[in-house]
Design a protein around this ligand. Structure first.
Ligand SMILES: *Cc1c(COP(=O)(O)O)cnc(C)c1O
Length: 230
């Protein structure tokens, strides 16, 4: 069931504690890992809770769902698109989101860059990489990442903040850990090659935030642990 604010707050406190514990293990500053509240399928008040708790941003999977919720959300908060984006929705996404995390093709880069230019905005994006080589997941293949980044960096109306990935579903916790380490290593290699920071690593969800933080995640995307099951 959808929680009231007090229940949400105690769940968020518990996630914060989990983040802090993982950071302690990794020797990292807890302030270096952002909690992104994933509000998909939940009412607009889910975003209001996140703002009231002091979070910077919420994540949504579908463009249309966010467009419908935004007018009902009274608090000011950033909206990030974390779900697959079709190029025919790029215009709407550029207009309604503060960042798009699911960019995985040149075609999408072109559409988002053109849409952002028409809006007179610079749109921050992450490149989604299928770092776990999961046939069930979207995201660019690892081998294609350098070329995709090169194309992305040529876009005048996009700002490339870093990378996003989703670990394959698995009973073996080593699979998620390996996926996240692969993305971190890819980022390190490409940051050096192109001489840019590519700071953001959006990785880790309710079930695998610890291995993500150990591997260098800068943003965990948490839905069910905050708002309940969908
Ligand atoms: C739904 C979703 C999440 C949140 O997943 P939970 O397991 O509910 O925390 C994170 N990232 C993406 C891309 C999602 O679609």
């Amino acid at each position: 069931m959808f929680p009231d604010y007090e229940a949400f707050k105690s769940r968020a406190d518990a996630i914060r504690a989990q983040i802090a514990a993982a950071c302690a293990r990794a020797g990292r500053d807890p302030a270096s890992v952002e909690l992104l509240a994933v509000t998909k399928t939940h009412p607009a008040s889910a975003a209001d809770y996140a703002a009231r708790y002091g979070l910077r941003a919420v994540g949504e999977n579908r463009v249309q769902e966010a467009v419908e919720k935004q007018p009902h959300c009274t608090a000011k908060i950033h909206w990030e698109l974390i779900g697959h984006l079709q190029s025919n929705k790029a215009k709407l996404a550029a207009a309604h989101f503060d960042r798009v995390q699911s960019v995985d093709s040149e075609k999408l880069l072109n559409h988002l860059d053109n849409a952002s230019a028409a809006l007179g905005k610079i749109l921050p994006v992450l490149l989604q990489i299928n770092a776990g080589r999961d046939p069930a997941k979207f995201g660019a293949e690892l081998e294609y990442a350098p070329r995709l980044l090169e194309h992305a960096l040529a876009k005048k109306n996009l700002r490339i903040d870093g990378f996003m990935t989703i670990a394959p579903l698995s009973d073996d916790p080593a699979v998620a850990a390996r996926t996240f380490t692969t993305l971190r290593e890819l980022r390190d290699t490409l940051a050096q090659k192109f001489n840019i920071p590519l700071r953001e690593l959006s990785m880790g969800m309710s079930g695998d935030l610890e291995p993500a933080i150990l591997a260098g995640s800068t943003q965990v995307r948490i839905g069910s642990a905050l708002y309940g099951s969908r």
